[in-house]
Design a protein. Structure first.
Length: 226
């Protein structure tokens, strides 16, 4: 159930961050109003889908005027819970965990890193910027003290399920999983998986299609006497 009181489909929720980014960029460029067709062109979807998505927020454009960009941004931020910060805790202080903890963009977008924990005594006590790596035994205390509800699994795949179990036991209700493994969690816990290898495989598919198209073009020209 969203802030608007409506149950929003997951596919629509997945598009909201893209809409928000595009609207913010449009506002920065001085755009005051956008039609559903213009937003659809920017987002790469059809206008009917945009209108349907926005209707879940209780938002309807004005004929001949479109949507007020600034007000849409306000509604999107409210719906996505971006009107306040959401501290996160990271499990795993390896290369990935360190990179995530040191990324300033999280804080800028409202996701300050409240802490990072690890099982390796050699990593405990080291600092990543202003954040000190703490032992995993302090995870629950960090969650309670900083009112954390979002946890990040940045461990190797074999340790990911245990990391998720510890996050759930500590009271975390949403997990962002960077490990290349499916996690088993209670139905009350939300999990989003980020698999960089899968994303690269998708990109390689498009690269292969481009390469095939490039080879096919000269052949088609020769066939037509070009």
């Amino acid at each position: 159930m969203g802030a608007s009181g409506r149950r929003i489909p997951e596919a629509t929720v997945a598009r909201l961050p893209d809409y928000l980014r595009l609207l913010t960029e449009s506002l920065d460029a001085g755009v005051v109003n956008l039609s559903s067709e213009e937003l659809a062109d920017l987002a790469g979807v059809n206008a009917a889908k945009v209108r349907k998505d926005l209707s879940y927020l209780g938002t309807y454009g004005v004929r001949g005027v479109g949507y007020d960009v600034e007000y849409l941004i306000y509604q999107f931020r409210r719906e996505l819970g971006l009107d306040h910060d959401w501290p996160v805790v990271i499990v795993g202080a390896g290369n990935l965990g360190q990179a995530l903890a040191g990324y300033g963009g999280f804080r800028e977008r409202g996701y300050p890193v409240a802490g990072i924990v690890d099982v390796d005594p050699a990593k405990v006590g080291t600092k990543i910027g202003e954040i000190e790596v703490r032992p995993v035994t302090e995870l629950a205390a960090i969650v309670r003290r900083c009112h954390v509800s979002i946890g990040v699994v940045a461990t190797p795949a074999p340790a990911a399920q245990l990391a998720a179990d510890r996050l759930v036991a500590a009271g975390i209700s949403s997990i962002l999983n960077f490990a290349a493994v499916l996690l088993t969690v209670p139905s009350t816990v939300s999990v989003r998986k980020v698999d960089l290898a899968v994303e690269l495989q998708i990109l390689s598919y498009y690269e292969q299609r481009r390469a095939a198209a490039a080879l096919a073009t000269p052949r088609a020209q020769l066939a037509h006497g070009g």
